[in-house]
Write a protein that binds this ligand. Structure first.
Ligand code: MN3
Length: 202
């Protein structure tokens, strides 16, 4: 069964002023749509065709560039849209908040470390907050459309928060000012959704 481009759970302009409508529309209808279409082409007629995206990525042959780039792109953006929301931001509560404090010392320290991972990723890629079995959290980043579900990317666990730092994610509004975009992202993080993913994957 072919993968489908997920609908955004909010309007393209819902995340303004932090992420502008034009960027959101192009990102979803062009970039994410492109990864989805190319993923479907890459798996058509292969034994990957009936697997879940998580299974495809977890057992990925990393030399298969078409599935690596487009399967990663499909998964990464689907997660990205889901962990943002208008009228969001703030900080997590409950068990996730405790896990963040346990892993990083405080929410502020988490924010600094995550921002550093996003800011120092050279070129295109993603910053991640991942949960390992048992509930331990860590932060890492991957190049291009790689993600922590893939084998041997130097970044493990299950991603529960991801930030796209490709220029296509911010250039129209922020030009080269990636740190401003990273800072703005914290105003639209849907911590309820991240907490849900934490509990589901810990
Ligand atoms: Mn992107």
């Amino acid at each position: 069964m072919a993968f489908e481009l997920p609908k955004l759970p909010y309007a393209y302009d819902a995340l303004e002023p932090h992420i502008d409508a034009r960027t959101m529309e192009i990102h979803h209808t062009k970039h994410h749509n492109g990864y989805t279409t190319k993923l479907n082409s890459a798996i058509a007629g292969t034994d990957l065709e009936n697997k879940s995206i998580n299974d495809i990525l977890a057992s990925l042959d990393m030399s298969n560039g078409a599935v690596r780039n487009n399967g990663g792109g499909f998964f990464n953006h689907s997660l990205f849209w889901s962990i943002m929301s208008p009228n969001a931001g703030g900080s997590p509560s409950g068990e996730l908040a405790q896990a963040i404090t346990d892993a990083f010392g405080s929410f502020e320290e988490f924010k600094n470390k995550f921002s550093a991972a996003a800011g120092t990723r050279f070129g295109s890629g993603w910053a991640w907050l991942c949960v390992h079995p048992g509930g331990k959290l860590d932060i890492c980043s991957t190049p291009n459309q790689d993600n922590p579900l893939m084998p041997n990317v130097g970044c493990g666990g299950h991603p529960i928060l991801g930030l796209d730092v490709w220029e296509h994610a911010y250039y129209l509004n922020y030009q080269n000012r990636r740190p401003d975009y990273v800072n703005a992202f914290f105003n639209v993080i849907n911590w309820d959704k991240v907490a849900e993913l934490y509990l589901k994957n810990k």
